[in-house]
Design a protein around this ligand. Structure first.
Ligand SMILES: C[S@@+](CC[C@H](N)C(=O)[O-])C[C@H]1O[C@@H](n2cnc3c(N)ncnc32)[C@H](O)[C@@H]1O
Length: 279
């Protein structure tokens, strides 16, 4: 799939996934989000940029952390996600958020050196050119500012990973071609280092994706995530066959309390050098 098509699949797929995203994934991603926020260590008065912000699970805690004297810019490729983060900020009474649609590889309206902190949680795996997003993060940071990026970890540690080949086989394409590459070995810290970040710290953490029953596991995998666009086009029999195959792939994680699917995240923090002559 070429880069332009990959962006379209992501943009319109996440538009469809927006309503089901938090019910399907918020609990499962809680550890990755907590670690992202811990490494970000946002302080009152700071200016933050949250790339691929989704519904705001990072942006909104950042708004609270930087306080009324600080500011958060939240951007996402999907219009529906941008609408969701705006709605959620209003519902929580947070007035220091600005959100707009933007590709994380190209955020021209955010000026060079204008933010203290960039975050990107569980978004980089969907981008055709993650190096460009890292370069863009470096550009917008002030010298001494930091970026925190979270991605899914090794494929073998993510028990739900068969969702991709199951959907890919039915669309005869690769919906998320680079998905597990960034979480493999030292790929993510290396990417940040090659972009020009220094002082890189990495956390690799295990998690469990809890689903009370098969329906909620299916809803999260097919409706609330990156394959939503492809799935939306499946007819009833294709859906039924894909569901059966996915449930077979996670059957070993079924317990008396529903599904407990293992997962892994990698979270990295890097700093923009104070001497930014390399940039
Ligand atoms: C798994 S969600 C993560 C959302 C949020 N950061 C969180 O941690 O809950 C992935 C998000 O990445 C966004 N996304 C995918 N490709 C993108 C791109 N090239 N630029 C910006 N956002 C992108 C999607 O629209 C979606 O909202």
């Amino acid at each position: 799939m070429d880069a332009r098509m990959q962006r379209r699949v992501q943009r319109y797929g996440w538009d469809r996934a927006a309503d089901a995203y938090e019910p399907g994934w918020k609990n499962s991603l809680a550890d990755a989000h907590a670690e992202t926020l811990r490494l970000a260590a946002a302080r009152p008065g700071e200016r933050a940029l949250d790339l691929a912000c989704g519904t705001g699970l990072i942006s909104l805690p950042l708004c609270a952390a930087v306080g009324p004297g600080g500011h958060v810019t939240a951007t996402d490729l999907s219009d529906e996600m941008v609408a969701a983060v705006q709605r959620n900020a209003v519902a929580q009474g947070l007035g220091n958020l600005q959100a707009f649609r933007a590709d994380a590889e190209h955020v021209p309206t955010v000026a060079d050196g204008s933010v203290d902190l960039v975050t990107c949680a569980l978004g980089l795996m969907y981008m055709p050119d993650p190096d460009r997003s890292a370069a863009e993060s470096l550009r917008v940071l002030r010298p001494g500012g930091r970026a925190v990026v979270a991605v899914w970890g090794e494929r073998s540690k993510c028990g739900w990973a068969d969702i991709f080949p199951i959907v890919d086989a039915r669309v005869k394409s690769s919906v998320c071609p680079l998905f597990f590459r960034l979480g493999t070995g030292s790929t993510l810290p290396q990417l940040l280092q090659e972009a020009g970040f220094t002082g890189i710290r990495t956390t690799r953490l295990s998690c469990t994706l809890p689903y009370p029953d098969a329906d909620s596991a299916l809803e999260a995998a097919f409706v609330g995530g990156p394959v939503a666009l492809a799935y939306n086009r499946f007819d009833a029999s294709t859906r039924a066959a894909a569901h059966a195959e996915y449930l077979a792939s996670i059957a070993r994680y079924r317990t008396s309390r529903g599904y407990r699917i293992p997962g892994e995240f990698v979270v990295c923090r890097g700093t923009k050098p104070r001497d930014d002559s390399r940039v």
